[in-house]
Structures are given as C-alpha cells and as structure tokens.
Design a protein around this ligand. Structure first.
Ligand code: SF4
Length: 231
C-alpha cells in the first residue's frame, strides 16, 4: 500500500492534467471521479474526458436534483460524447422513507436529514466505489471550515480508497478562468447565486458575503454541513 504522503509529494508539483495522468497510471482501471456537475466538477470532467479515458466518471442522481443539473448533464454528454455512470438510490429504501415520513422529512431533524442523505447519497456512493482504489473529488479548501485543514490526499477508511482532491488549492476565480478558457458547459444556477449545488429542496442561493456552504441545509448549524459523502 502506498503512503498518502508519497502520493501527495508526487502530485503536489504537477498541473491538473499531469495529476490525473499520474493517478490513472498509479491505479490503472481503479481510478474514479464522482461528479455532481458543479462548476469544479466540470473542470475535472473536461480534463478527464479530453485526456484520461481510463478514469471512470460517475454521478449520484438522488432523485431530488435541479432541472438545471439535468441540463448540464445533457450538455456534458453532448459536448464530450461520453457516458457518465449514474447511480440511483434503492427504490425500496426511498419508498419506505417516503411512506413513513413524507417527502420533506429532512427539514424536521438532523437525524431525518442524515437518513435521507444516507439513502439517496451514501448507499449509492458505496456501490459506485466498489472495485475502486482511488476516488477523485472536486473539493476545494475555501469551500467550508471542514475543508480548511484537509490534505490533498487522504485514506478513506469507510470506503477503503485513496481520496484525492486535485483542486484543493484552486480559488473560485481559478475555476471560472478554466471554465472560460475551454468553454466548458456549467450549471447555470452558478450565475444566480448558487455556489454549492446539491438537491433542490436542500440548496438555496447565497447573498454576497455569505459563507460558501450557507446555501446548503441552511436550517442546520454551520459546522455540521456535510452529507456523509465527505465525512
Ligand atoms: Fe435528501 Fe436533502 Fe440529503 Fe438530498 S440533500 S439526500 S434531499 S436530505
């Protein structure tokens, strides 16, 4: 097993295409990228689809995502002519939750919210990561307090994979510049004050000066805003 520090030292001096090439070579056939079609993920998807066909790309369709997110899924498929493997929640679990608690239980308590995220996101993620050794994400350091101390390479105990965040040190301006440079399709909600885009009922636009994660689960405490994908 390679030490996370070894991977980190290898990729630290590299640019993004070289980082992706290194990971695809280090974990052949076992490097995966999870996209929610947010603007950071679009930067990664561009470089993967253009240059690294060996990296498997998947998304979690929770069943509650925005029409604008489906639109960028479609424009991405059209632009790159590639498939994005899509994982959906188990229908038995969703049916049970909806039958017992209704469609908006996540507003009632953090326990209910975590149950919904568990069913709609975490369980499908476990299936998506089966057989993977390296999981690439689009997380950035400035996105939340939880991510301030995060290393670029982690060992994810829960899923048994290396977790790599190649955009960790990128700023919002860096991301926008890359999108403009390559004319990469992106979610139009980003132009309407949405910075972190997840499920429709749990995401809102933020006002100038508000925290990056203020638009997610805004009825909960600020320091607990993770959905279980990035514990
Ligand atoms: Fe459910 Fe909201 Fe979590 Fe989506 S973000 S899985 S709707 S609680």
């Amino acid at each position: 097993m390679i030490a996370t520090a070894t991977i980190q030292s290898a990729i630290a001096p590299l640019d993004l295409p070289a980082v992706l090439r290194y990971l695809a070579g280090q974990f052949p056939g076992k490097t995966v990228f999870s996209t929610s079609f947010g603007i950071e993920d679009q930067v990664l998807i561009h470089h993967i689809f253009e240059n690294q066909p060996d990296i498997r790309v998947f998304t979690l369709d929770t069943g509650r995502i925005f029409p604008e997110t489906y639109a960028v899924m479609n424009s991405t498929r059209t632009r790159y002519k590639k498939q994005v493997e899509t994982f959906f929640p188990l229908h038995e679990s969703v049916e049970k939750m909806l039958s017992e608690k209704g469609p908006s239980s996540f507003y009632e308590s953090m326990e209910n919210r975590k149950e919904c995220c568990g069913i709609r996101k975490v369980e499908p993620l476990g299936r998506a990561l089966q057989g993977a050794a390296c999981w690439i994400t689009g997380l950035r350091r400035e996105q939340s307090d939880n991510r301030k101390e995060m290393p670029m390479v982690e060992w994810d105990e829960k899923f048994g994979v290396y977790k790599v965040h190649p955009l960790l040190e990128w700023s919002s301006e860096d991301i926008k510049a890359e999108i403009a440079k390559y004319n990469i399709p992106y979610n139009t909600l980003h132009d309407k004050g949405y910075v972190s885009i997840g499920c429709q009922p749990c995401t809102r636009a933020i006002r100038p000066g508000e925290d990056f994660r203020a638009g997610r689960w805004w009825w909960e405490n600020n320091d607990k805003k993770e959905c279980g994908l990035h514990a």
